[in-house]
Every structure is written in structure tokens, then in C-alpha cells.
Design a protein around this ligand. Structure first.
Ligand code: SF4
Ligand code: SF4
Length: 347
């Protein structure tokens, strides 16, 4: 479908608003056969602001899931979005559609001993990936503040009134040496805080991702370079993926994302940091708008202590492979068999 050429044409081509016709009538009138999934995916666009809704074109409503589109259809979708975002945010916006490169499987490594809890990675990620700034505030990375300590077996049955002596690994009056729950809301005067260490978490890009398995409309899937992506146009907002993710990695746009035009990053990717709409899930994509162009992720670049490393797991000379070969490495919740490609390590 070609783009409208002038204002009048644009008006003619603009979709009818819900008060002008119901979605069902509209579909009947169009005489189109669409699946419930396509309908619901388009619903995400419909639930946006009036302005965004008015700008959504017929093409966007009825396009196929991105991975099933032909190259021509993809090109069309990208042009349509570039035009819309450029107009909406008042700056020249590009929407990349670079596919995964052959021979690349992205992996991440984080030195848990080095992280100082400054959360520069969190804010760099928000800026790079066009997250909603407030109401709702969306952050893809969490940095948990953890208490340092050793779990002491001799303290396990202490603290209960005698003669209870119940072994529960922690007890009523004193803990056994370490409190395992992390905090992610903290505003210290300076970091790192005494007696604490920090545990950053984000999407692990699982090799066997539970979020993909549960998605009823297959809008989220694993690309060949190992990045688990989301086609926002097809997301029906059921939030099954959020419930299924054992790493607390997905976020949901309960409201219209708040992305001030002056803060919008105009270098985007269709499956990554392009502006999202209300009612869709989102998460870290290893900054695929950067990494598929041979650049580091924003969080790797900004980390002041070099705790974050990134590279191609298939390249034996990559930094990330060398870390896996030489350091003490662990994966979070390895027992779940999700095979994260996000590794934690110690020197
Ligand atoms: S930027 Fe680096 S040091 Fe700061 S919180 Fe993130 S990982 Fe830790
Ligand atoms: S960490 Fe969560 S969101 Fe990321 S791939 Fe794994 S299950 Fe999916």
C-alpha cells in the first residue's frame, strides 16, 4: 500500500475512529478475513491516544506478524513507521530492520564483584531504548541491592524461644547471616553502600524461553542471533509472557508511554527501541539496533567499572567467550533449564 501523498489523501486513508464505526463493523465492511490474533494485535494500536490512533494506517492494522512478512512488506512497514515517528516526534527518525547476522549468537557476561550499584546502566538503557519516562515509568534493567554475609549453619536454629530449635534457615529474632531478598528501590547518598553487593538483572535471552512458549499469538520469538524479540503490533497484551518469565524481565505498558519528543532516540529498530504503544509488553533486546551494527549495548558502554561484557558466543576470541573459559561463571536459576545467555562471573 502506498503512503498518502497529501493532507486530503491522508484524511481519506485515515482509519475511522471507534466512535465513527465499531471495529467489528469496520471489518465486515472491509470484507476481510482476519484472524482473532491479527484483530487483537491491531487492538494495541487502537488503544493508543487519539492522535496516534488517527495516524495508524490501514497497513499497520492488518500487516502480518513481522517474521512472516515478505521483504517488500517489511520495507513498506518501516517506511510507514519512519514517516509517522518523524511527524510525531518532530525529528528525522529511522527504523532499522536489520536481521540477525549469520554466525552470531549474542551473549552477555556481568562481573558481579565489580558492580557498584550506581545504576548508570538503567538510565542509559531507558534513554537508548525509548522507555516511558513516568506514569508509567518503565525500566528494563533492575539492579538489586543485596546484603553481604555468610550463611551460618550454627545460627539456623537460634533465635526461637527455647526449646523450639526449629531449623528453618533464618528465624524469628535474628537472620542466619545473609538476607537473600534484594531491594531495587534505594536512594543512597553514595554507592557502593557498606555491607552490600549489587545484582543487575535484565532479559537473559534464554535459549529455551518460557515467555515464547506461552505467547498465544506468537508475537514474541527467538531470532537466529539468540535475541528474543517482540513484534509490538501483534502483542495482544495478555501478559502471559510476564507471568512466565522467571527473571522478572518483561514490562507492560499499562498506560500510553510517556516519551518526551526532545528525549526520543530517533535511531530505532522495528523489533527493538521504536516507540511502543499502550497495552504491549516490552523488554531488553541486547540493544539490537546497535549490536546488529557491530556496536556495544548502551549499558556495556556506560558502566564506569567495566562490569559488563558483551560479544559473540560463537567466536572463540570474543571477550565473552574468554570469560566463560577462564572465570568462575554461573547462570541464574540454571535449574529451570531456560539456558540464559546472560552469565554472571567472578574473578
Ligand atoms: S553501570 Fe555498572 S556498576 Fe553501575 S549499576 Fe550498572 S553494572 Fe553496576
Ligand atoms: S529472561 Fe524472561 S523475557 Fe527474557 S527470554 Fe527469558 S523468559 Fe523471556
Amino acid at each position: 500500500m502506498s503512503e498518502p501523498r497529501d493532507k486530503d489523501e491522508k484524511k481519506k486513508d485515515a482509519p475511522l475512529k471507534p466512535d465513527e464505526t465499531s471495529r467489528r463493523e469496520f471489518l465486515g465492511g472491509a470484507g476481510l478475513s482476519v484472524t482473532a490474533a491479527a484483530l487483537s494485535g491491531a487492538g494495541a494500536l487502537l488503544s493508543g491516544s487519539d492522535e496516534a490512533e488517527a495516524k495508524a494506517t490501514w497497513g499497520e492494522w492488518f500487516q502480518k506478524n513481522y517474521r512472516l512478512m515478505t521483504e517488500d512488506e517489511k520495507r513498506e512497514a518501516v517506511l510507514r513507521l519512519e514517516k509517522r515517528y518523524t511527524e510525531e516526534f518532530g525529528k528525522k527518525t529511522t527504523v532499522d530492520s536489520a536481521p540477525a547476522q549469520e554466525g552470531v549468537l549474542f551473549g552477555y557476561a556481568l562481573n558481579i564483584q565489580k558492580c557498584i550499584g550506581c545504576r548508570r546502566c538503567v538510565y542509559a538503557c531507558v534513554k537508548e531504548n525509548n522507555q516511558s519516562r513516568d506514569n508509567p515509568e518503565i525500566q528494563w534493567i533492575r539492579v538489586l541491592k543485596m546484603e553481604k554475609g555468610n550463611f551460618l549453619a550454627e545460627n539456623m536454629d537460634k533465635g526461637y524461644p527455647d526449646p523450639a530449635g526449629i531449623q528453618v534457615g533464618g528465624n524469628a529474632y535474628q537472620n542466619s547471616g545473609v538476607v537473600l531478598e534484594g531491594e531495587h528501590y534505594y536512594e543512597p547518598a553514595e554507592v557502593p553502600e557498606k555491607g552490600h553487593f549489587y545484582f543487575p538483572m535484565q532479559c537473559m535471552q534464554c535459549e529455551k524461553p518460557p515467555c515464547v512458549k506461552v505467547c498465544p499469538v506468537r508475537t514474541t520469538y527467538r531470532d537466529p542471533d539468540g535475541i528474543v524479540v517482540i513484534d509490538y503490533n501483534w502483542c495482544i497484551g495478555c501478559r502471559m509472557c510476564i507471568a512466565a518469565c522467571p527473571y522478572w524481565a518483561r514490562r507492560f505498558n499499562w498506560g500510553e508511554p510517556n516519551l518526551p519528543a526532545e528525549e526520543m532516540n530517533p535511531v530505532t529498530h522495528y523489533l527493538g527501541n521504536r516507540p511502543r504503544m499502550k497495552g504491549v509488553a516490552e523488554k531488553c533486546t541486547f540493544c539490537l539496533q546497535r549490536t546488529r551494527q557491530g556496536r556495544y549495548t548502551a549499558c556495556v558502554e556506560v558502566c564506569p567499572v567495566g562490569a559488563r561484557k558483551f560479544g559473540n558466543l560463537l567466536d572463540p576470541n570474543s571477550e565473552v567467550r574468554k570469560i566463560l573459559d577462564k572465570k568462575k561463571v554461573f547462570r541464574l536459576k540454571a535449574e529451570l533449564n531456560t539456558y540464559p545467555k546472560f552469565f554472571y562471573f567472578m574473578d
